[in-house]
Design a protein around this ligand. Sequence first.
Ligand code: AMP
Length: 177
Amino acid sequence: MSKDLRANIRTIADYPRPGILFRDITTLLGDAAAFRQAVDDLVRPWTGARIGKVAGIEARGFILGGAVAHQLSAGFVPIRKKGKLPSATVSVAYSLEYGLDEMEMHRDAVRPGERVILIDDLIATGGTATGAVQLLQQLGAEVIAACFVIDLPALGGVRKIEALGVPVRTLVAFEGH
Ligand code: AMP
């Protein structure tokens, strides 16, 4: 039976700052049936789609992306905060709510023309995912889709990624931010 994944996502008010409703997926990850369903729902459109790599955004995108990559028999690529990857990297600045940060990927993590899907737990303003798409495209990857468990539609991130020519798939939405 299909579960309502929203019921497995815990909301913490005023974390990490006053006014933010933090959508906590640790409760979803800790529920065997919900975790399996989230991964199955993320994977479903791409079965047989010749996906070469799944790229996950640190840190929650690693948990979901690793499981998705396994199920698609694809490789996994970590997109990490600056300074964490040991070999030669490409980097991009991306916008946070206040200011900028940098994320990195190994230069040899994807091949030109390789078919990649991007995974993270949640899309809000789309700033983080935009940076990740730019890194992958800079290395010549074909970004087939960006996939998230949670969309916060009020913040407009999905439109931002679609404007880069990348289709977006999300599983559940929460109003507000
Ligand atoms: P954004 O770059 O604005 O799309 O933010 C997305 C990134 O920030 C993701 O990696 C999320 O895990 C995290 N994030 C942003 N807003 C929230 C929220 N309300 N609850 C949980 N995580 C969030």
